[in-house]
Design a protein around this ligand. Structure first.
Ligand code: AMP
Length: 279
């Protein structure tokens, strides 16, 4: 597996390959777990050459401490990537990507960017779209893989490639969970023992809410979820939203033929966890 820190080395390596090979790309922020690896494994099956980037992108963080304390396990990440058949790991420094100007480009995605994560993490999606656009320009992948764990991000990236007319196929990948249901996340390693123990409550509640959604109204289900979290002193719910899958607009009533998904963000102490489930 090749390991590059510089854009020019990546471009040099991919220049001749891009004409004849399908390049599969998985952007990550490192601290890799099985969820990330499932994306690389899927990419491996569908492409000739696999590129994985590891870059903790400063412009997508709205919380300084979250950025500073973001887990870093580079040596282990590289070991895992070799195992799953990654061909090229791109590990740039912040200056390589942003030079001295660590700011985002501003994007509009027809309203997708104003819902949920966009509402609660100001500037987050400008940061995400900025880095993904830059990485897409460097790697020029055929297929790029994104987890449904960050479903809103996935929809935004689909909108980004359409808007920027980039000929890249965006491939959604299912959420990988721990045995107890907690969605895998690099941030899970930062949970205290107590918070880790109660964290599966998030997925349990989403599943119960899904059952309720069969018979009850959007408002009733949302109210029920809010009350459930009030019983948990260690978890603080930031939002729970039932939204239509493509527009991500909050559902008001249930309409036949529409697909709904429920989204949640919860603080377990200082650690912010997100999850979502098809309704
Ligand atoms: P991150 O390193 O958190 O930026 O994630 C890199 C990619 O892995 C994103 O497309 C995420 O949606 C995806 N991902 C992270 N956690 C999971 C998971 N538990 N299951 C599936 N995909 C995931």
């Amino acid at each position: 597996m090749l390991q590059f820190n510089h854009i020019s080395s990546v471009q040099e390596q991919l220049k001749s390959l891009a004409k004849t090979s399908r390049i599969g790309f998985v952007p990550t922020m490192g601290a890799l777990h099985e969820g990330h690896l499932s994306l690389v494994e899927k990419a491996r099956k569908e492409n000739d050459y696999i590129v994985v980037s590891i870059f903790v992108n400063p412009t997508q963080f709205d919380n300084k401490e979250d950025l500073e304390k973001y887990p870093k396990t580079l040596e282990n990440d590289l070991k895992l990537l070799k195992k799953v058949g990654c061909d090229l790991a791109f590990i740039p420094k912040v200056e390589e990507i942003y030079a001295k100007n660590i700011v985002s480009e501003h994007f509009e995605f027809g309203g997708l960017e104003h819902q949920m994560e966009g509402k609660f993490r100001k500037g987050h999606f400008d940061g995400v779209a900025t880095i993904v656009k830059k990485l897409f320009e460097i790697v020029t992948p055929t297929n790029a893989y994104f987890g449904e764990k960050d479903f809103q991000q996935l929809q935004i990236i689909k909108a980004l490639v359409k808007q920027e007319k980039m000929p890249i196929h965006i491939v959604p990948c299912p959420i990988f969970r721990e045995k107890d249901g907690l969605a895998m996340s690099s941030r899970n390693t930062r949970l205290t023992k107590e918070h880790r123990e109660v964290a599966p409550f998030i997925y349990e509640t989403l599943n119960k809410a899904k059952q309720k959604f069969q018979k009850e109204s959007v408002e009733e289900v949302e109210e029920w979820v809010k009350k459930e979290f009030e019983t948990q002193s260690l978890l603080e719910m930031e939002y729970f939203t039932i939204a239509e899958e493509t527009t991500l607009l909050p559902a008001k009533t249930k309409e036949k033929g529409k697909k709904y998904r429920a989204f949640i963000a919860v603080f377990a102490g200082k650690i912010r966890l997100i999850d979502n489930v098809v309704f």
